[in-house]
Write a protein that binds this ligand. Structure first.
Ligand code: ADP
Length: 261
């Protein structure tokens, strides 16, 4: 069973800033934001067995029932060297989750900007929130929700995009959640040291879902942007090609990417 003791034991081999564990919490991001505001160290982790108010982007809900998945938030206090590259943070997080899936023999993809897919269904999501100090980011909170067991998959009426879990994709015994968390945090520490490199952007780009395919991007305006998904810009923006192969660059924001029917 995952608890504070099992987590401390697993994470003791990694250089994390601190750990807060909850059997049940509203949202790990909310707790991590409060902790960051009162001095949490870099790479502190807030993790819960259950979230009752788990959040997605724009107030959407993230389903994370008891005993079903991983729901945690990392506090980052960026160094001066990392500051110019903070727009890549969502890629860093997505790559780290993807890598933990690769280790299990799966073939994850990243649905830009913030979801990880298995078999074209959503298996994990990321929600990044910043704490500002004037014009600078003082700290970032990276929430990750990963569907581990089948019971983490929300009912279909809850979804705009199909969902799955690690257990469903593996079709065999699923490793303990602590082990998967360990692999995610290890990968995160590895890639974070390479945050300013092309290697990170290339690694992220290679995993993009729908590459080369016609996609629609909903930006909140009336008509979706339609084009062929080509790749990433160096800051992590998405590059599509229109019908004349002219580039369309899509920056972050509240966008939803879908394959074109
Ligand atoms: P999107 O990336 O699809 O635009 P968000 O990143 O805001 O959406 O994530 C929230 C949405 O994800 C919810 O509205 C819901 O449809 C879906 N969702 C919520 N919980 C889960 C889950 N455990 N697994 C897969 N999808 C989920």
């Amino acid at each position: 069973m995952m608890n504070e003791h099992s987590l401390k034991k697993t994470l003791s081999q990694l250089n994390i800033g601190g750990l807060r564990y909850f059997d049940s919490i509203g949202s790990t991001n909310d707790d991590a934001l409060a902790w960051a505001a009162t001095g949490a160290h870099d790479l502190s982790i807030v993790i819960a067995d259950e979230q009752t108010q788990g959040r997605g982007r724009l107030g959407r809900k993230w389903f994370s029932p008891k005993g079903s998945g991983l729901a945690f938030s990392l506090v980052l206090r960026p160094s001066a060297g990392q500051r110019p590259h903070l727009s890549r943070t969502v890629g860093l997080a997505a790559l780290s989750i993807a890598e933990s899936f690769f280790r299990l023999g799966l073939a994850p993809c990243i649905k830009w900007p913030n979801d990880i897919l298995l078999n074209r269904k959503k298996a994990a999501g990321i929600l990044i929130e910043n704490i500002w100090s004037g014009d600078d980011v003082d700290s970032l909170v990276i929430g990750m929700g990963i569907n581990i067991y089948t019971n983490s998959v929300p009912p279909p009426e809850f979804l705009q995009f199909p969902a799955t879990s690690l257990e469903d994709a593996l079709g065999r015994e699923t490793p303990a959640r602590e082990e998967i968390l360990f692999n995610i945090i290890s990968a995160f520490i590895h890639w974070r040291e390479r945050m300013g490199t092309d290697e990170l952007v290339k690694g992220w780009e290679q995993l993009l879902a729908f590459r080369g395919e016609q996609v629609q991007v909903h930006t909140g305006g009336d008509a979706p942007i339609i084009g062929r998904l080509l790749g990433l810009e160096s800051d992590g923006s998405l590059r599509l090609g229109d019908s004349h192969d002219k580039s369309i660059i899509i920056r972050f924001g509240d966008v939803s990417l879908r394959p074109s029917a």
